[in-house]
Design a protein around this ligand. Structure first.
Ligand code: NDP
Length: 499
């Protein structure tokens, strides 16, 4: 007989953690602390330091020292790889604890958090291989007297700003690649989800990462995040978050022309042709918007469906939504957890109201669910959505799906591209010609055919258009954190300029 897995309990007292600089947690002392309430339970779970700009300066100085003295940037790559591999092992050993804190602060289901931690360990393993295979190029075709080399070098000190929707996963899609490249870094997690970024400091220290290579400052985006993007001694900032803050990063980075990696918003199309396996597609589409309560930059929130099957497809999705288990994130049976912040909850409910007001037909959901505590919204489906409606244009970042029917493949492609974003897209069809045509014509950095949200360390992530700059993960991901130098080597005596 199946035993139902137990629901985990809340911590008896909030966990208090200092920020992390030069291999040590800085004592919280009489520091001003931020208290985080679990969004699924309204209970205080953690306290972290509201760092000042001086704290950031201290962390950047530690990262700069660690970079310049070569304790990480100049050691053989096999030694860097060893640290990353040990970190993956330790992460797996501590997976339950990391997943628990991810769920408490973010509100995502515990089973999902566990899967994400496993994916993070895999990122570290893959990046270890990247550390060892990173190389430049040589030019042996410049004539007898000249030989050319192109070397790859770490870019320097990286500032990493991560959001609250995947605090650990997004961190681990970047940190091992930054470290594989030989950079040192300062991470700034979202203030509301800082704990797992601090736990990674413990994991990396146990794995043998030298002091000063990975530092963490906690605090608000408007102070610490902004100061990081303006900082003159940071060589690159990798930012993941809203397009509006991404824009302010671009302005702030001009002070020292630091390089930027930006992963921003998305309004991702899912095109469903009538010849798709509709039941499978409905399940995939429901997953694509329900996963992480739709608070996911790659959520497939625009459902572009061939008109002849649109109503049938709506019914299939609504039936899937009706069965989804929304509830306590700590319950292993839960599939859709809590909305991460009260502000985000208000934003999503505002968009649902706007959808109704602008004439979209509510097919399913649209309600605030009352479990006596926390913020929960039922998976929501709107039909008859037009390209003029706000819900079809703005990134809602919640479990809200808009159905937009099309008549021809050409029209579907035009509708899919009718957005300022270009982060991700899916196509569902059993016809290979249609699948390839859509894949080649829709402008998005990540594409799925007859699936959605699949991923892993090998394939890069990043956006076209206003969804960002650069790529994370894969071989491209590690290259983002390097710069190249060309070396011209004279063989023998130079041709004299003055004879
Ligand atoms: P933000 O862009 O404000 O936050 C993302 C990260 O940037 C957080 O660490 C935040 O810190 C930090 N930050 C905030 N202001 C600044 C600043 N001026 N300079 C540098 N860093 C800063 O996103 P929100 O949390 O406000 O979410 C708003 C919307 O953004 C969502 O509704 C969604 O549409 C989109 N979003 C997209 C994400 C994605 O993965 N592409 C992720 C998160 C949000 P702190 O949280 O401590 O203030």
């Amino acid at each position: 007989m199946d035993q139902k897995a137990p629901v985990l309990s809340l911590p008896t007292t909030p966990r208090t953690l200092g920020f992390f600089v030069d291999g040590k947690f800085v004592d919280t002392g009489n520091r001003h602390l931020f208290e985080r309430l679990s969004p699924g339970h309204d209970a205080p779970v953690s306290r972290t330091v509201k760092c000042t700009v001086d704290d950031l300066d201290m962390a950047v100085a530690a990262a700069r020292r660690a970079f310049e003295d070569g304790r990480w940037s100049r050691i053989p790559s096999v030694e860097r790889a060893d640290v990353l591999l040990r970190a993956a092992q330790i992460m797996r050993r501590r997976a339950e604890e990391i997943a628990y804190w991810e769920t408490l602060e973010n509100g995502k289901p515990i089973t999902q958090a566990r899967g994400e931690v496993e994916g993070c360990a895999s990122m570290f393993e893959y990046a270890a291989g990247q550390a060892r295979s990173l190389h430049g190029d040589s030019f042996n075709n410049l004539g007898d007297s000249l030989f050319g080399l192109v070397t790859r070098e770490p870019i320097g000190v990286v500032g990493l700003i991560t959001p609250w929707n995947f605090p650990f996963l997004i961190l681990c899609e970047r940190v091992p690649y930054i470290l594989a490249a030989g950079c040192t870094m300062v991470a700034k997690p979202s203030e509301v989800t800082s704990v797992t970024t601090l736990l990674l400091a413990e994991v990396l220290a146990d794995a043998g990462l030298p002091n000063g290579v990975y530092n963490v400052v906690t605090g608000s985006g408007s102070t610490i995040g902004q100061a990081m993007t303006e900082h003159r001694d940071i060589d690159m900032v990798s930012f993941t978050g809203s397009t509006s803050v991404g824009r302010s990063c671009v302005k702030a980075a001009s002070g020292n022309f630091k390089k930027l990696g930006l992963e921003l918003g998305g309004k991702n199309p899912q095109i469903v042709f009538a010849d798709a396996d509709l039941d499978d597609a409905a399940d995939g589409v429901a997953f694509g918007i329900g996963f992480n309560t739709g608070q996911c930059c790659v959520s497939g929130s625009r459902l572009i469906v061939e008109r002849s099957v649109a109503r049938e497809f709506e019914r299939l999705i609504a039936a899937k939504f009706a069965k989804v288990r929304v509830g306590d994130p700590l319950d292993p049976a839960t599939q859709v957890g809590a909305i991460t912040t009260l502000a985000q909850n208000k934003t999503i409910m505002g968009y649902i109201a706007k959808g109704k007001e602008e004439g979209a037909r509510l097919v399913h959901g649209g309600e605030q669910l009352d479990f006596g505590r926390g913020y929960f919204i039922s998976p929501t489906l709107f039909g008859d959505v037009t390209s003029k409606m706000t819900i079809s244009r703005d990134e809602i970042f919640g479990p809200v799906l808009s159905v937009m029917p099309f008549d021809t493949g050409e029209e579907a492609i035009t509708m899919a591209n009718d957005t300022v974003y270009g982060l991700a897209a899916s196509v569902w069809t059993k016809n290979i010609d249609k699948a390839l045509n859509v894949t080649r014509r829709v402008r998005a950095g990540r594409f799925w055919v007859n699936t959605t949200l699949a991923g892993g360390p090998e394939l890069p992530l990043g956006g076209f258009k206003q969804s960002g700059w650069g790529r994370e993960a894969g071989a491209y991901g590690v290259e983002e954190y390097t710069q190249i130098k060309s070396v011209h080597i004279e063989i023998g005596k130079r041709n004299p300029w003055i004879s």
